[in-house]
Write a protein that binds this ligand. Structure first.
Ligand code: C5P
Length: 218
């Protein structure tokens, strides 16, 4: 098959990154985690101690920031920041910077450039709707809020963080609300996307469901 793109969108904690990464290994194509890019910029803003409402300072930082996603690693100004961007305060920060037009414009351009001339699997919130509207395959991955909260809770506990399940669920709900109601590139299920609910399903079950769809249309 010639080059193709798989766009995966969905709310926080739906399992899309785990699924996209695994699919990329099976299909032997590159994977881009666009959420990691928004997280990396949120980390930069935090490090520079900038108020995100100060658009002029934010633009200066944005223009001098280099963000890349390569070989399953997120690079901020040439440094791998895979671990730092997963901290809880960065999740909310990412959702805040993701509302800003200039930030989206820059990151979408990087994402489109990376996906030129190769097969790609990309996950995020606006991949099927904005970044890769011509993608051959579009999926919308969901799960119940309780399941998503539990997954995130388990992940953070395993990393040694002291967190509370109810607070995690509240944070995810708030992030979903912000992501789906923002003016620019809100999280939506595209008309041509196949919805996959991962609640009570193993990763392998979800992967095989998606591979069947990809094979059928390939
Ligand atoms: O996917 P993840 O939860 O790591 O993304 C962090 C945040 O980045 C999201 O809550 C969302 O606000 C933002 N994001 C976005 N568009 C994308 C990917 C992520 O707005 N394509």
């Amino acid at each position: 098959m010639r080059n193709f793109a798989i766009a995966i969108d969905g709310p926080a904690g739906s399992g899309k990154s785990t699924i996209a990464k695994k699919l990329s290994e099976i299909l032997d194509i590159d994977y881009i985690d666009t959420g990691a890019m928004y997280r990396a910029f949120a980390l930069k803003i935090l490090k520079c101690n900038i108020n995100i409402n100060d658009i002029s300072s934010l633009n200066k930082v944005l223009n001098s920031t280099i963000i890349d996603f390569k070989d399953n690693h997120i690079f901020l100004d040439g440094q791998i920041v895979d671990e730092e961007i997963r901290k809880n305060e960065i999740s909310a920060g990412a959702s805040d910077v993701a509302k800003i037009f200039q930030v989206r414009e820059k990151l979408v351009e990087i994402q489109r450039n990376i996906s030129k001339d190769r097969s790609i699997i990309m996950d995020g919130r606006d991949i099927g709707s904005v970044v890769l509207p011509e993608a051959e395959f579009k999926f919308y991955i969901t799960a119940s809020i309780e399941e998503r909260g539990k997954r995130r809770y388990k992940e953070l506990i395993q990393k040694g963080y002291n967190v509370n399940l109810n607070e995690i669920i509240k944070e995810i709900e708030e992030r979903d609300r912000a992501d789906s109601t923002r003016k620019i590139a809100p999280l939506i299920k595209c008309k041509d996307a196949v919805e996959v609910d991962t609640t009570n399903k193993t990763i392998d079950e979800v992967i095989s469901e998606m591979l069947k769809i990809i094979d059928r249309r390939a």
